[in-house]
Design a protein around this ligand. Structure first.
Ligand SMILES: [Fe+2]
Ligand SMILES: [Fe+2]
Length: 129
């Protein structure tokens, strides 16, 4: 699964782990390990996403990123969407292909959009025009 690289090592490493979590979940599903294995992989993905968002917000704060508040709101919106899916899954619904597609789409779009702005900002501060 391709995801955009920011050129910021600590964030890129977490994005890599995040994508690996997604792939792990996909693998549990396709191997037919059953509901509980997929559920565990799903819950650990959710936890990883939240801890990544906290770290990324701390990073933006350390670097005085001007769009921190907006970025935080987008993180919160993603968490809310994730939790909505989580509630379905916790109540016994299967993790569907559609859910998987949405999850990867949201995360990859966020990395390529909002997260990429952090990299652009850091470059502009390092070498002001
Ligand atoms: Fe991120
Ligand atoms: Fe982000």
């Amino acid at each position: 699964m391709a995801y955009p690289l920011l050129g910021i090592q600590e964030i890129d490493e977490q994005h890599k782990a995040l994508v690996e979590n997604l792939q792990q979940l996909q693998a549990w599903r396709s191997k037919g390990h059953g509901y509980s294995a997929a559920l565990n992989a799903f819950l650990s993905l959710g936890q990883y996403v939240q801890s990544h968002f906290r770290d990324e917000e701390a990073f933006m704060e350390r670097h005085d990123f001007p769009e921190l508040e907006e970025h935080k709101i987008h993180h919160q919106q993603l968490v809310t969407k994730l939790q909505t899916i989580e509630q379905h899954v916790m109540s016994g619904d299967d993790i569907t292909d559609e859910m998987m597609a949405l999850l990867s789409q949201w995360l990859i779009e966020h990395i390529g959009g909002d997260d990429m702005k952090i990299a652009t900002y850091l470059r502009s501060v390092a070498s002001p025009a």
